[in-house]
Design a protein around this ligand. Sequence first.
Ligand SMILES: [Mg+2]
Length: 268
Amino acid sequence: MATITKEAKYDCLVFDMDDTLYPLTSGLNLACRKNIQDFMLHNLHIEESQVAKMCLDLYKEYGTTMAGLKELGYGFDDDEFHAYVHGRLPYETLKPDPVLRSLLLSVPQRKIIFTNADKVHTAKVISRLGLEDCFDGVICFETLNLTPTLNFPAEKITTMTDDDLKSWTSEGRILCKPSLEAFETAIRISNIDQKRTIFFDDSPRNIAAGKAAGLHTVLVGSSVLVPGADLALESIHNIREALPEIWQDGEQFEPVLAATSAEAVVLA
Ligand SMILES: [Mg+2]
């Protein structure tokens, strides 16, 4: 008798990186915010009394403070901003995480990082955590904002220089989570089926946007559910207990004869 293969429920896991693959208590988030505020004060000459509130308001409104500053018309080089903000982070607080590494390596599905951070910061964090060989792809700031085929009219791509690319993107709007467009672009370029993909993020608004984009969603860093979250995990280390179906691939079973079939009646 032929066997029927039941498909695995999921074929891709998408992970945010900062405060999702390592805990908020590392202090990186706080240090990063301080550096952004210093950049606003010293490089953009924003009034000191306004900086903290503006930093938070823009983050809430535009997804990242950087995206908000660009939207308000502040002109600065993206790489310079990232170097200033991430260059002085206390990366030494991040330690290799062999527990997470072996969990990720045992996951049979594709694994992708989807972060608003730039590629230098992403590489440093992943290296510090010892997770370099755990992912099949990374979607970061440069992927969404410096990919000519996504942001440029097709006829211009071949004639543009690197400087053209830079000026085009630094004048344009920044694409980042939680915008639905950022999710849709990430889904398209990584060629995933959102109905068969689980998205992990520590940010409730990213979770809500991920749900709106059709993904299965898991809030990380809190056990309290938020709107749009299918599941909430205190730590990414808990995924095996919370989502055992990730490891259940393609069960095979014998088809059961329908009770109404002639054969079943005769054999009964
Ligand atoms: Mg995060």
